[in-house]
Design a protein around this ligand. Structure first.
Ligand code: AMP
Length: 146
């Protein structure tokens, strides 16, 4: 019996995404199981802290639209139906953990780090997920392009 029935792939669409996507796809194939996608948008007030004295709703709408487009493109490439694509707004690790739990994912696949990580260190998202997930977590080692 396959150990996994539902894999949740967390993507930030960074340059390192391809390696993480490939590994998640291979795991889903090997386990003959469901593959879902999640991308989280952090509101500017969460990402940078504090309140802003001007209206950010247009910017939020544009970021959401772009996130949606990129998520749909990746889903199409991986042949993942829309109902298994989650575009969530909030704190990244919290939304990934909540979505995994609510949809009974038994493996979360993340990159070991993304844009701001050093190659030997775990990024903050990967680290938080490894510490708090109720299911298995695969942190795919991503390396900085040479
Ligand atoms: P980080 O810890 O932020 O360097 O990112 C490590 C990994 O966490 C990335 O390779 C993604 O798999 C995942 N991740 C980071 N940010 C997001 C996001 N906004 N939405 C979904 N997954 C993310």
């Amino acid at each position: 019996m396959s150990p996994y029935s539902h894999i949740l792939l967390a993507t930030d669409f960074s340059e390192e995404t391809d390696a993480v996507v490939e590994r998640a796809q291979a795991m889903a194939h090997a386990n003959q199981c469901l593959l879902s996608l999640i991308h989280v948008i952090e509101p500017i007030s969460i990402a940078y802290g504090g309140e802003f004295p001007f209206d950010l709703s247009d910017l939020h709408k544009e970021v959401e639209k772009q996130g949606n487009t990129r998520l749909n493109e990746l889903a199409e490439k991986l042949d993942i139906p829309k109902e298994r694509c989650y575009l969530e707004i909030g704190l990244t690790e919290k939304e990934i953990l909540r979505t995994a739990s609510e949809n009974s994912a038994d493996l979360i696949v993340v990159g070991s780090h993304s844009k701001h990580g050093l190659s030997l260190l775990l990024g903050s998202t990967a680290n938080a997920i490894l510490h708090h997930a109720e299911c298995d977590v695969l942190a795919v080692r991503v390396r900085k392009p040479k």
